[in-house]
Write a protein of this length. Structure first.
Length: 82
């Protein structure tokens, strides 16, 4: 386990920030070609950079009941956890 900076804090010289009170939390996703997308959300997220970029690109979890993207080693697939 390692700690890394949020990938949206600095992207090609651009520092992303969320200034809206309705959407104050910075969120990131990677599409299936591993392109980073940064945005703002009304809910905090604690996704792993490794899982989002390396194991599960193109996947994301939007449901409040299971908001955390994770990798199921035994099934060999991505899933959303709570």
């Amino acid at each position: 386990c390692i700690c890394r900076a949020h990938p949206c804090w600095e992207v090609d010289g651009v520092k992303h920030a969320c200034k809206s009170l309705d959407f104050p939390f910075l969120k990131f996703t990677y599409d299936s070609s591993r392109k980073l997308t940064c945005g703002c959300s009304s809910k905090p997220s604690y996704d792993s950079l490794h899982i989002a970029m390396d194991l599960c690109p193109g996947n994301h979890c939007d449901e409040a009941e299971h908001p955390v993207l994770d990798w199921d080693e035994s099934a060999g697939q991505c899933l959303c956890r709570s």
